[in-house]
Design a protein around this ligand. Structure first.
Ligand SMILES: [Zn+2]
Length: 417
């Protein structure tokens, strides 16, 4: 398949250039900038073509339309959760996100969804799973009944990490501090897993050629995560200059998850149905977090895009809101926000040689839009073309002249595996 007359984005240079892309066997086989190739090529009409986007922080199994997560899935049948997660995955793909890091599933339903996508049975983004989140003994475990695996002390953490990998996890997720969407008596600024426990998780991840994503709001938890060798700090809300400088020096990615605040707060009717203590936390952290993300960015911390889709009101399919929040609130340039949402995500996943940029030999994951996102980042909201592994799942203007596969992707006839 040859796409001509495309404004091809170079994420490293932060610039578009008119040219053509040849796609073969799901990969980018050639990119050229020398005039117009054969006339039967698909005309992209000077659309802006970028690498497929990557969201490094989602929770596919959470019903984000339920304002009270403390009663999540109470009484639900197991299949209900997997069906909901697969719908969230499909919505994520259609909005332009072709790879996701799932950092806290629910009784491994998300791993079943990943496997079904990989088998070609259903359509969805490429999914990298953490399985259950490794947490110390916590008052929030009953809150997130399917999401946490409790472990105290390095030996238990090693066992819990191995358990996630045995269940098919691609990476390890830990709680180095308290959470925001949690029980009333948990504090986000309190340290949870301690350095010896975090180190144990990192050891097991390294043994298995993968990484640890560390949930850390508290400043000391951010520092612990960096010192113990975690690949990313999720949220990083209460970091200070020392903590962010350590991140910049170590090359630890920051995943800001700015979408949580508008998701829970901006729809007043929805917000009024959420538990008061959670609503108050989200409201009070909003300004602090934005200021601290600005500080981290100004100190040179590498940012990978992550939305935390799965917090109340933060729905799958709205993922690209994170780009305009990074640009308008945190001060990233459009180029930086696109880098965070492509190559940085791929690098964090350890897959920068496979996807995350439009380069010969990489997987043909791409999105296209009519307006230039460097002029106005909100252009990404109007993207009209999504391709993953050389298959177009969205082609609103029917440039290809054929129907896209739907949710029940016809990638394989019969059978799940
Ligand atoms: Zn999260």
């Amino acid at each position: 398949m040859l796409l001509k007359n495309a404004n091809i984005y170079d994420v490293r240079a932060g610039a578009f250039k008119l040219g053509h892309l040849f796609i073969e066997n799901g990969r980018i086989a050639d990119i050229g900038f020398d005039g117009s190739p054969q006339s039967d090529a698909i005309d992209m009409e000077a659309s802006y073509v970028l690498p497929g986007f990557i969201d490094c922080h989602v929770h596919l199994c959470v019903d984000t339309y339920n304002p009270d997560a403390s009663r999540l899935w109470a009484g639900a049948k197991p299949g209900t959760i997997a069906l909901s997660a697969s719908r969230a995955a499909y919505r994520t793909l259609l909005c332009g996100v072709t790879s996701i890091r799932e950092v806290g599933g629910w009784d491994y339903h998300e791993i079943a969804v990943r496997d079904a996508v990989n088998a070609g049975t259903i359509a969805g983004p490429r999914i990298f799973c953490a399985g259950k989140i490794i947490s110390m003994t916590s008052s929030s475990t009953p809150y997130w009944t399917g999401m946490y695996d409790e472990a105290d002390g390095p030996d238990e953490v090693r066992k819990a990490a191995r358990k996630q990998l045995a269940n098919g996890a691609d990476l390890i997720k830990i709680l180095a501090s308290g959470a925001m969407t949690s029980s009333r008596n948990e504090r986000a600024d309190a340290v949870q897993l301690r350095p010896d426990e975090i180190k144990a998780a990192v050891e097991i991840a390294k043994d298995n050629f993968t990484h640890v994503a560390s949930h850390a709001h508290a400043c000391e938890a951010v520092i612990n995560s960096v010192e113990c060798g975690c690949a990313s700090v999720e949220h990083g809300s209460f970091g200070d200059e020392t903590a962010y400088k350590m991140m910049a020096k170590a090359g630890t990615y920051l995943v800001p998850t700015l979408c949580v605040h508008p998701g829970l707060l901006d729809n007043e009717e929805f917000a009024s149905q959420t538990p008061a203590h959670i609503r108050e936390r989200y409201a009070s952290l909003r300004v602090t977090r934005t200021e601290n993300m600005r500080l981290a960015h100004s100190l040179g911390v590498a940012i990978a895009m992550g939305t935390d889709v799965g917090t109340p009101g933060n729905h799958a399919g709205n993922n690209l809101l994170e780009l305009s929040l990074m640009v308008n609130n945190v001060g990233l340039s459009p180029e930086e926000s696109l880098l965070a949402t492509t190559l940085h995500g791929a690098d964090l996943l350890g897959r920068a040689d496979e996807f995350g940029s439009l380069e010969v030999g990489k997987r043909a994951d791409l999105v296209a839009m009519r307006a230039n996102p460097l002029q106005k980042i909100e252009a990404v909201d109007a993207l009209d073309f999504v391709m993953k592994d050389g298959v177009a799942y969205r082609d609103d203007d029917r440039r290809l002249g054929t129907n896209c596969p739907d949710f029940w992707a016809p990638g394989r006839a019969g059978g799940f595996y």
